[in-house]
Design a protein around this ligand. Structure first.
Ligand SMILES: Cc1cc2nc3c(=O)[nH]c(=O)nc-3n(C[C@H](O)[C@H](O)[C@H](O)COP(=O)(O)OP(=O)(O)OC[C@H]3O[C@@H](n4cnc5c(N)ncnc54)[C@H](O)[C@@H]3O)c2cc1C
Length: 455
């Protein structure tokens, strides 16, 4: 079987795009969701053109071999994990920015473009691609589309789905589908573009994307507020939004996270804090709005609130926030959750997570895109201690149940992958699951596209 597969792939692919060495292929087995199952790929294809992707899908259809599309493998749900005998289809070499149009405010890119590289390229035109996951210096646009990624600035600028105007997608049988548009408006037909955003490679392989850009805003200034509890910090978040402000970023780190970031990068964050809020405003003259926000934080219970002196200082605070996940991962084995609740229920979510940590006697570090109600409780444990591992898993599940009970979702931005597959049914309900399965069958009748993920 493997010999047939290699021979069929070689008919349409140059030798340098194929990784057939079993050990090297195995190094492409998983993304960054540590505890998710992963198998051994039969082969890795490092595709360089859409035609090569089409060839891979035709071969996969003919031989009934599963295909796992991959970007930079920074995913946190096992969505890019291989299964035994599959073709890993890596898109990282398709990394050209094909066109930036300052009049239409669009960019046309291949899927392997790294998020931060796109921002650097658009900056020269006074434009920005706003969705900015914390992993922006490594993750790819294809992966961002696959997961429907969010990031730090979503509270004002929204998520990936709002910036994908059109796609070129290779379907399971190798046909090429073009969806969407490059116009500012357009409602012709079903919104197939949106269907592929967040589909985690289960419906087709994205080979090109037309993305909306925005004028580059002025550099943001950040207000930092310290609280004696996460509950009071959540109260400040609600009050800021209720007062009509729309910050460009509103992030929360609890005391555990702050101390972990200090330990990793010596950032000089206030170590005695129980909760730190970072609130950015990127309007041309932000001082008055930040002063009002500072006052709201103080009224909500902040024991200290101050605004960074300049954009450079502000950027340092944002950099500290971007380090939260890697810093917490150094404390032990970690499981990162991604539960989003309506912003109005953020306080209940944070209190509930603290109670879960106590109930299961496990450490949970908290960082959150607070302005979106998108929490990342990170359960940290000693994997060599069986009982601790079981308690950590139970805590992880309890966090998702809490999110659903509060009217939220089991994943705000990381996706379902293999990590949350069992939980998806709880969120969707039987009719929702049935419609999902019908959509999957319409695009992938043989079930070869990233099987075992999402539904
Ligand atoms: C330190 C750190 C911080 C993070 N911060 C954030 C954050 O703030 N916000 C956030 O949303 N995520 C965050 N993430 C998670 C991760 O970076 C995102 O999910 C990102 O979108 C994944 O991109 P990738 O290129 O690594 O994709 P991969 O992990 O390789 O793939 C992700 C999914 O997309 C599919 N896929 C990849 N390419 C294609 C394609 N061309 N066509 C179809 N499907 C495809 C894969 O099959 C998989 O299901 C973070 C991760 C880390 C490690």
């Amino acid at each position: 079987m493997t010999t047939d597969l290699f021979a069929a792939l070689r008919e349409g692919l140059p030798a340098h795009t194929l990784v057939t060495d079993a050990d090297i292929a195995a190094s492409y087995a998983r993304d960054m969701a540590g505890l998710c199952a992963a198998g051994r790929p039969a082969v890795v294809v490092l595709a360089e053109t859409t035609e090569q992707v089409q060839h891979v899908m035709r071969v996969a259809t003919r031989l009934r071999v599963p295909v796992v599309p991959q970007g930079a493998r920074t995913g946190l749900s096992g969505g890019a994990n291989a299964m035994d005998g599959c073709i890993v289809l890596s898109l990282i070499r398709m990394n050209r920015i094909l066109h930036i149009d300052p009049i239409d405010r669009t960019a046309v890119v291949e899927p392997g473009v790294v998020n931060a590289d796109l921002s650097k390229a658009t900056a020269a035109h006074g434009l920005v691609y706003p969705p900015d996951p914390s992993s922006w210096e490594t993750c790819t646009i294809g992966g961002n589309i696959g997961t429907g990624a969010g990031g730090l600035c979503c509270v004002k600028y929204g998520v990936t789905a709002e910036y994908v105007l059109g796609l070129e997608v290779v379907l399971a049988d190798g046909q090429l589908l073009r969806t969407g548009r490059r116009t500012a408006k357009g409602v012709a037909g079903y919104d197939l573009t949106r269907l592929f955003v967040g589909a985690e490679g289960t419906l087709g392989v994205v080979t090109r994307a037309t993305l909306a850009l925005r004028p580059t805003p002025p550099p943001a200034l950040v207000t930092v507020a310290q609280f004696a509890s996460t509950a009071t910090a959540a109260r400040a978040v609600s009050a800021i939004m209720a007062a009509g402000h729309t910050p460009s970023l509103m992030e929360l780190m609890d005391g555990t996270t702050v101390r972990a970031v200090n330990a990793m990068a010596n950032m000089g964050l206030p170590a005695e804090t129980a909760a730190l809020l970072l609130i950015a405003v990127d309007t041309p003259a932000p001082a008055a709005e930040l002063a009002a926000i500072e006052a709201i934080c103080t009224e909500a219970g902040a024991f200290e609130a101050f605004t960074a002196e300049d954009a450079a200082d502000s950027a340092l605070f944002m950099q500290a926030r971007r380090l939260a996940l890697p810093a917490l991962e150094r404390l032990g084995t970690s499981m990162i959750d991604d539960v989003a609740v309506p912003r109005s229920r953020l306080g209940d979510m944070l209190e509930g997570v603290a109670a879960i940590a106590e109930r299961f006697d496990t450490m949970i570090g908290m960082c959150a895109h607070a302005g979106d109600g998108n929490t990342h409780p990170i359960v940290i444990f000693d994997a060599t201690d069986q009982a601790a591992a079981e308690r950590a898993e139970a805590a992880f599940d309890a966090i998702m149940q809490l999110g659903l009970d509060l009217g939220g979702t089991i994943t705000g931005e990381h996706g379902v992958g293999v990590l949350k597959r069992e939980w998806l049914a709880k969120e969707l309900g039987p009719v929702g699951v049935q419609v999902h399965l019908s959509v999957k069958a319409a695009f992938d009748p043989l079930g070869i596209l990233n099987p075992g993920k999402v539904v």
